[in-house]
Design a protein around this ligand. Structure first.
Ligand SMILES: Nc1ncnc2c1ncn2[C@@H]1O[C@H](COP(=O)(O)OP(=O)(O)OP(=O)(O)O)[C@@H](O)[C@H]1O
Ligand code: NI
Length: 258
């Protein structure tokens, strides 16, 4: 469904009046996401996860320069066709809950997302599916807890019927029960023929839901492996970084990779 080919992104920096240089934050990313699949993108803070999400959607800031290509269902994405795809065929669940429009209540926000994708409104159903009650529709963003706001973003991202969901930290700040509701929702989306790029810091909870794990380290994909490789002592993992991260998890007794 999505093919990312040799994508790199750099930022222009000015050092002095006429001097500038470029600092590379994503290097030669090549990754495919098939229909029916959840690919979890994991990596440390600052590794470039959100940057990759924004690069796919053509939402990089003005001081960024991207090279490489991204195709969606065989079509090369560019700034023109992305305007049509965003919110319709490809939806973003942003990392920042502050992206919720403070002037509209939750019902209106979810309604707009559904209308944008030409889908039935079903506001209450959309909210219930992410563990929010009907009356949340009346609340404004400033009246939501952090976890509620995150689930409103999820309801918005899935209301327009987009085939590809790019979910940037959709479970941040959620308790385990609500985290599982959100991850199950993403799984159901993929099982119904959709696909998702699931960005997270937290590897363990997504192991039960994702098909593959892509690991970013300092802007480079150091490992793309089936979820089943993250088991035992990590002997199925080719990447030393992925192996050491896996072994260092508390669940794996903090073993250092030797
Ligand atoms: N507009 C920008 N200008 C310059 N550098 C930027 C800009 N946006 C992001 N960066 C840099 O790109 C790198 C990757 O940032 P990104 O937000 O993708 O990290 P992340 O992996 O999503 O981290 P986190 O898990 O904390 O959300 C960081 O070093 C960041 O400082
Ligand atoms: Ni991020």
């Amino acid at each position: 469904m999505l093919v990312i080919d040799d994508l790199s992104a750099s930022f222009r920096r000015y050092n002095g009046l006429f001097r500038q240089d470029f600092i590379t934050r994503l290097s030669n990313i090549t990754l495919t996401i098939q229909a029916g699949e959840i690919v979890a993108l994991v990596g440390h803070s600052g590794a470039g996860k959100s940057l990759l999400a924004h690069a796919i959607l053509g939402l990089l800031p003005a001081n960024a320069i991207a090279t490489g290509t991204v195709s969606f269902e065989g079509q090369l994405l560019n700034q023109h066709n992305l305007v049509e795809h965003r919110g319709r065929n490809i939806a973003l669940l942003p990392q920042q809950t502050s992206y919720l429009d403070p002037t509209a209540n939750v019902g209106a926000l979810v309604r707009w997302a559904a209308l944008r994708g030409g889908k039935p409104l079903e506001i209450k159903n959309r909210l219930n599916r992410v563990g929010l009650s009907d009356d949340v529709a009346q609340l404004f963003p400033h009246q939501l807890s952090g976890g509620m706001a995150r689930r409103v973003l999820m309801a918005q991202a899935t209301s327009g019927g987009a085939k590809l969901l790019i979910a940037d930290e959709p479970t941040a700040g959620l308790d385990p029960a609500n985290r599982d509701i959100v991850l199950k929702h993403l799984r159901a989306h993929a099982d119904n023929g959709g696909a998702a790029l699931l960005i997270t810091h937290d590897l363990i909870p997504v192991l039960s839901y994702a098909d593959r794990i892509a690991m970013l380290k300092d802007g480079q994909l150091c490992c793309v492996a089936p979820t089943s490789s993250f088991s035992g002592t990590g002997e199925m993992l080719a990447s030393p970084y992925a192996k050491s991260l896996w072994r260092a998890l508390p669940q794996n007794d903090f073993y250092a990779y030797a």
